[in-house]
Design a protein around this ligand. Structure first.
Ligand code: SF4
Length: 422
């Protein structure tokens, strides 16, 4: 992008006018670029996002857990320690329908084997470090510590018509989106299937016990929008999807329609997921319809371009029948121009009608940062442009988290406080 950016006296980058092609921006239009400020959470002012597909090896192995295995695997694991295979079925029902791993609650099992069964297949995998409440107790943000000391987050949100859990699929992330604190930490490791499923089991239990405001609820939706890029942890994420969707005693029996996998755009794996026979919703974190801006905003765009990504998303819709969500964080003077709304609508309509749903995501106001919210009139124009072009558009309720990358903020904040204390 050929922008020139000056420095205002406040220290905030001062956007200047761009003069660009007539089919895009109009002369005199302001264009803020992601490179106008160091990436969120970067240690130095000259830091640049570093995209990485490498998955570092885990330090030690997580203990074996029931949710890592299918039912046949659980039976085999019990047989190995001379326990009857049918106990795997009973144990699975406790886990997936009563959401418990506490042997004391399994009163239909003989007292003599309860503890042993739970110790074999239900070890503690995630330990609560901190819980924050927001929105009158309807949002619970949990920070978890795993067996090797790494930390991840999940967020439980209660709405009028549903209760949604946002889960992490990796500790850290290698995708390096410059607006995201997690992205600047880099990837520590993939989560195991059971570490993902345990976030869900815990949330289902919390809902059943009525811990979020307004009494007991049923966990209805799970979105893979927490820490990490789920497609990089493809095998464990797909196994976790099976545990979520498959009926008891294999899994929780949640509706696939209530489950969303979000990606910044790993095209070959979107195509692979389309062939898994699980009609979960695909959410594409697009945030820009033009490669020029998206190259700087979502580093993986340098590998798979907007056109290839939207082709794969459209093919996903055709294979699964599930309408694709296009996530679009509205960032002031960066990607919120009306011409970009029109370009996005044209790109979607060119591939067909009604296959995608756009979710513009308003940011919180952050004075002095380039990652700040659009003016209300600009947001209205953006949304109106999409709707006039026939694109179904719903401004998303962000519930305390901004763009997908806000996922790493609690972990980063706790780490900072602990460093200050030590
Ligand atoms: S926004 Fe998502 S994909 Fe991008 S760095 Fe953050 S966690 Fe990774």
């Amino acid at each position: 992008m050929s922008s020139t950016v000056g420095r205002a006296r406040t220290g905030r980058p001062e956007p200047v006018a761009l003069r660009r092609r007539a089919s895009g921006p109009v002369p005199g239009e302001v264009q803020v670029m992601p490179t106008d400020q160091p990436p969120e959470g970067a240690a130095t002012s000259d830091a640049r996002p570093r995209l990485s597909f490498a998955v570092p090896p885990a330090r030690g192995k997580a203990p074996r857990h029931l949710a890592d295995l299918d039912l046949a695997g659980r039976k085999a694991a019990l047989a190995e320690v001379s326990l009857p295979a049918f106990r795997a079925d009973q144990l699975s029902r406790h886990y997936f329908t009563r959401f418990t791993r506490d042997a004391a609650e399994m009163t239909d099992l003989p007292a003599s084997v309860r503890e042993q069964l739970a110790a074999e297949l239900l070890p503690e995998l995630i330990t609560e470090v901190r819980t924050m409440r927001a929105d009158g107790g309807r949002t619970l943000k949990h920070l978890w510590e795993l067996h090797d000391g790494v930390r991840v987050e999940s967020v439980l949100m209660r709405y009028k018509d549903r209760t949604t859990l946002c889960v992490s699929s990796q500790a850290g992330c290698g995708m390096a989106c410059p607006f995201c604190a997690t992205g600047q930490m880099g990837l520590t490791r993939n989560l195991t299937t059971a570490e993902i499923v345990e976030q869900v089991r815990h949330a289902a239990r919390v809902c059943a016990d009525g811990a979020p405001a307004d009494g007991p609820a049923r966990l209805s939706n799970v979105v893979f929008m927490g820490m990490g890029e789920p497609m990089i942890n493809y095998r464990n994420v797909v196994a976790a999807l099976h545990r979520l969707i498959d009926p008891s005693p294999e899994g929780f029996g949640l509706s696939a329609r209530g489950i969303t996998v979000s990606t910044v755009g790993l095209v070959p794996l979107i195509r692979k997921l389309a062939g898994e026979g699980m009609p979960v919703t695909l959410a594409v974190s697009l945030h820009a319809p033009d490669d020029e801006l998206r190259d700087a905003l979502i580093p993986v765009n340098s590998k798979w371009r907007v056109g290839e990504l939207l082709d794969a998303a459209h093919d996903y819709f055709r294979a699964t029948g599930r309408r694709v969500s296009i996530e679009y964080a509205l960032i002031k003077d960066m990607n919120d121009h009306a011409w970009r709304a029109q370009m996005l609508a044209d790109e979607l309509n060119r591939r067909g009608r009604g296959w995608a749903h756009v979710n513009p995501i308003p940011l919180n106001p952050t004075p002095g940062s380039i990652w700040t919210c659009s003016e209300p009139s600009v947001q209205d124009l953006f949304v109106g442009t999409l709707r006039r072009a026939g694109i179904t558009t719903t401004v998303r309720d962000t519930r305390g988290s901004d763009i997908d990358g806000a996922c790493g903020q609690l972990a980063a904040e706790v780490l900072k406080q602990e460093r200050i204390r030590s």
